[in-house]
Ligand binder design. Structure first.
Ligand SMILES: C[S@@+](CC[C@H](N)C(=O)[O-])C[C@H]1O[C@@H](n2cnc3c(N)ncnc32)[C@H](O)[C@@H]1O
Length: 227
């Protein structure tokens, strides 16, 4: 008789929990992507297509990326980065997990996107204020709440003067205490979404919409512009 195969979904959750219990809040991403590449786990957020709210934003805003640069944060397997590149942006997409970067390159062999491994919490200094568009989807919420302010600061720091930032994240009520949130993920309150803004990075649009697959989950779509 063959060994029973463990449910890849359960494996994914166990990998996350083991890392977090060891006080290693980002180590589980590499372990998860690496296990997934061998079929032993699933990457729960890998949609096989661009995020619906990114697609919606692109259709509404019709941005022209010609001659402009974009940075996709925590790019995972690359579907959002590919959409951004299709808009004409010279696109850089990074992830902390080398196996995620390898999967993105495997998924999109003819891609124009520059995929690379980097840590949002310590990004290359040459990225500072260098990108006309920064896209952040679900990376900040994948980090424990105490790491989110540093991650949020770094997301905003990469936006060039005159550039835009798009943030998509799961939402939670402002009055839900942090200690009641059993992540990952740790969805963002309105106050946290507002904290991406600084004296020269302005929140210009904020919308909340239910997830099409689970209407009990609300998601933010926020857009910011740098002076
Ligand atoms: C919840 S997933 C979302 C992936 C992708 N943005 C999406 O929406 O499908 C979070 C991603 O962020 C990456 N990540 C987590 N911490 C990071 C960090 N400090 N720097 C760069 N990437 C990070 C993970 O490896 C993972 O691919």
């Amino acid at each position: 008789m063959s060994e029973p195969v463990e449910d890849p979904d359960i494996v994914s959750r166990r990998i996350a929990r083991e890392s977090l219990d060891r006080d290693d809040p980002t180590g589980w991403f590499e372990r998860l992507y690496s296990a997934a590449s061998e079929g032993a786990a699933v990457v729960p957020w890998d949609r096989g297509t661009a995020h619906a709210q990114l697609t919606e934003w692109a259709e509404e805003s019709q941005p022209s990326g010609a001659g402009k640069s974009a940075l996709v944060v925590g790019a995972g397997t690359g579907w959002d980065a590919e959409l951004v590149a299709d808009l004409g942006y010279d696109t850089t997409a990074f992830d902390i997990s080398p196996s995620a970067v390898a999967a993105a390159q495997r998924n999109h062999p003819d891609s124009a996107v520059h995929y690379l491994t980097a840590d949002l919490l310590a990004p290359p200094p040459e990225w500072n204020r260098a990108f006309d568009l920064v896209v952040e989807i679900y990376t900040v919420q994948a980090l424990p709440i105490e790491l989110q302010p540093a991650a949020i600061k770094q997301v905003g720091e990469q936006v060039a003067p005159g550039g835009a930032l798009l943030v998509i994240a799961a939402a939670r009520p402002d009055d839900q205490p942090d200690e009641d949130v059993e992540g990952p993920p740790w969805p963002l309150t309105r106050t946290t979404i507002e904290s991406f803004a600084t004296s020269d990075l302005h929140l210009i649009q904020l919308a909340q919409a239910p997830s099409p697959t689970d209407p009990t989950i609300l998601r933010w779509r926020a857009e910011y512009l740098r002076d």
